[in-house]
Write a protein that binds this ligand. Structure first.
Ligand code: CA
Length: 251
């Protein structure tokens, strides 16, 4: 499999520091975006624990597959990701409990892993993964947010949700509880697929068709740079992070 990828993060125009973190590990074909929050220095610490833990656990499970009883390779990768993300949540929760300066910290996490011709997509919170395929864009993660849940239940229209004052309230995150439920889906990869992982500092400022337009028009590096530029032009209220991964050749 041949892929091109690029990650970029920017503090934006209104915040004093950047609480987002991301990871690109091309050996593992592992990509993560985490958007931290809470406490004085807690947000950036929580998102750093999330990306580091996911990388550490996936690496160690790759090196020691015998540690699991699971023989189905797809199931094994699913378990790997869910375990890594839940453990990240537990570590953040424990740090926050131990040290008062980290009290109340938490983070979102979106994780993409490419393995066995599949995309494994896992997430907690309202960071997102989009897939651009065959000239169409799809948001493949469902936000774990109060407003997104109201839209799913028909209590709000997507239009009403857009500028809702409670749109930043998330219903699931890593670190607020000891354990968390992780959403995970598996998609077969196709040549030409492009994945965009991002924090809400990007998706809050650009509609899906605008994201698609950038991904189709520019190489990943240039697309990432321009997307962050647009988010800043439109206010840059929040930290902005994007990871782009393009499937040039499938296995
Ligand atoms: Ca954010």
């Amino acid at each position: 499999m041949r892929i091109t990828s690029c990650g970029m993060t920017d503090v934006g125009l209104k915040r004093g520091h950047n609480e987002d973190n991301y990871l690109i590990n091309e050996e593992l074909n592992l990509f993560v975006v985490a958007d931290g929050m809470g406490g004085h220095a807690g947000g950036e610490y929580a998102s750093a624990i999330a990306v580091n833990t996911v990388e550490e656990i996936v690496t160690s499970m790759e090196l020691h597959p015998e540690a699991s009883d699971e023989h189905d390779p797809v199931e094994l990768t699913r378990q790997k990701l869910v375990h890594a993300i839940r453990l990240a949540g537990r570590r953040i929760y424990e740090k926050a409990k131990e040290q008062p300066e980290y009290h109340g910290m938490g983070t979102t996490a979106v994780v993409l892993m490419l393995d066995q011709g599949n995309a494994f997509i896992a997430h907690v919170g309202d960071s997102r993964i989009y897939l651009v395929r065959d000239g169409r864009v799809e948001q493949v993660t469902e936000d774990h947010s109060l407003i997104a849940e109201k839209v799913r239940h028909g209590l709000l229209t997507p239009e009403e949700a857009k500028n809702h004052r409670m749109r930043n309230v998330i219903t699931r995150s890593l670190g607020y509880q000891e354990d968390v439920e992780v959403d995970l889906q598996v998609r077969a990869l196709r040549k030409g697929d492009q994945f965009l992982l991002c924090s809400d500092g990007l998706s809050g400022h650009l509609a899906a068709d605008e994201l698609q337009d950038h991904l189709q028009r520019y190489a990943p590096q240039e697309a990432a740079r321009r997307l962050i530029g647009v988010a800043c032009d439109r206010g840059g209220e929040d930290n902005i992070t994007t990871v782009i991964c393009r499937i040039e050749e499938t296995p």
